[in-house]
Design a protein. Structure first.
Length: 101
């Protein structure tokens, strides 16, 4: 996963409240141990630049985080799994899946 994805997951825990907070925190920590976190290196930067150019040309800007996530997936030949397809639709070369449910 992209480092920014890890940050978004951890933010959800930090802002969380309620009796399930301990369970959510443990789940996120297990997830972070199981899925490698990819760094933002030169290949991700190249993919990011290409996606930024494509979105600007299309006149369809995206969030900075979504583009970094997409660039990380593109550079590492992985699929973006998201519940919010809008930020990733139409990005060239980016495979996107929405889980059922």
């Amino acid at each position: 996963m992209a480092g920014v994805t890890a940050a978004e997951l951890l933010l959800g825990v930090e802002l969380g409240e309620g009796r399930d907070l301990r369970r959510r925190r443990a789940f996120i920590e297990q997830l972070l141990e199981a899925i490698p976190v990819e760094t933002y290196g030169l290949e991700v930067a190249r993919s990011h630049a290409g996606l930024l150019a494509a979105t600007r040309r299309a006149g369809r800007p995206r969030s900075a985080h979504d583009l970094i996530i997409a660039a990380t997936a593109l550079a590492s030949d992985r699929t973006v799994v998201t519940m919010d397809r809008r930020g990733f639709d139409g990005l060239p070369g980016v495979d996107v899946r929405v889980p059922p449910g």
